[in-house]
Design a protein around this ligand. Structure first.
Ligand SMILES: N[C@@H](CCC(=O)N[C@@H](CS)C(=O)NCC(=O)O)C(=O)O
Length: 123
């Protein structure tokens, strides 16, 4: 039974990935200098995610729109980042934004909170 649920979930996920690829929003354009500054700030951020999870796709679309080439960590079963997310973030739920600031690490769950945070910081 769970085999069929996974099959359907993966099929739906792949369709959403394809729809996302053909309907990408326009990228925010910054001056070269401003983009360099943004990219230097991205060094302290990473997105823990599943490739075909709708909430992760929604978050990746926002990254694309805001022109934020952020490091992404796959948290599928067997991935080294899955355990890191569970142990340090507190639970396996994606997307999750890892934010490093002043030597401290914050783990932000919930796609809407992540998008709001990125929009406020980088728009
Ligand atoms: N309300 C959350 C929902 C996130 C969510 O349900 N993510 C699922 C994947 S689509 C998840 O991480 N499930 C845990 C698992 O698959 O182990 C959000 O908007 O980020």
């Amino acid at each position: 039974m769970s085999f069929f649920i996974n099959l359907i979930r993966n099929a739906v996920g792949s369709i959403i990935v394809a729809l996302d690829l053909i309907s990408r929003p326009r990228k925010l354009k910054r001056s070269e200098e401003a983009q360099k500054h943004v990219e230097s700030e991205l060094a302290s951020l990473s997105l823990y995610q599943f490739y075909s999870c709708p909430f992760c796709i929604k978050t990746r679309r926002a990254l694309h729109r805001l022109n934020l080439p952020m490091v992404k960590r796959n948290v599928s079963r067997g991935s080294q980042y899955r355990q890191e997310l569970a142990e340090q973030g507190g639970k396996i739920q994606a997307p999750c934004l890892r934010i490093e600031k002043d030597g401290k690490v914050e783990w932000m769950y919930e796609s809407s909170d992540i998008i709001n945070y990125l929009e406020q910081r980088f728009n």
